[in-house]
Design a protein. Structure first.
Length: 152
């Protein structure tokens, strides 16, 4: 494949289509590209849909070919979610999480841990516009936990 191939995490792949990593995993499993341990199968490797980055046996050591997986996900009826739609979803969810509910056991900070850095500024602006004091702070892409705080 050429140097323009985009290799992304399973989490990022699902995010593009507005689906959870669990749902994305199920699609890859059903297609025979992911095994029970969460690792790409030899079929996925041979199709160049996945490749290994780090030590064998760690699910985080694999990345997925965005272009090849796009064909599979779109054949299943999934469409990429617009950036504005993602911002709206994150803002609404974080605002609701901050307000609290006895039926929700996670915090806004916990829910925002998977937010991509490229959405942080726009989500924070939308939260401010909505009068919500919750803010997300950017994080490194090395997998560090994102720093979140409530403004006083």
């Amino acid at each position: 494949m050429g140097s323009s191939t985009s290799w992304i995490s399973l989490n990022d792949l699902g995010r593009i289509y507005g689906i959870s990593v669990i749902h994305c995993s199920k699609i890859l499993n059903q297609h025979g590209w992911r095994d029970r341990r969460g690792q790409p199968t030899s079929d996925a490797i041979n199709a160049q849909a996945a490749r290994q980055l780090g030590p064998h046996g760690h699910t985080q050591s694999f990345v997925w070919n965005q272009d090849i997986c796009r064909g599979l996900l779109e054949a299943q009826g999934h469409k990429p979610v617009s950036l504005q739609h993602q911002i709206d979803q994150w803002s609404q969810m974080l605002e609701a999480m901050q307000s609290g509910s006895p039926s929700i056991t996670s915090t806004a900070a916990q829910m925002a841990e998977d937010m991509p850095n490229e959405l942080v500024d726009a989500v924070n602006q939308q939260l401010a516009d909505r009068g919500c004091s919750f803010r997300v702070h950017p994080h490194s892409r090395s997998g560090e936990t994102k720093s979140l705080a409530l403004l006083s």
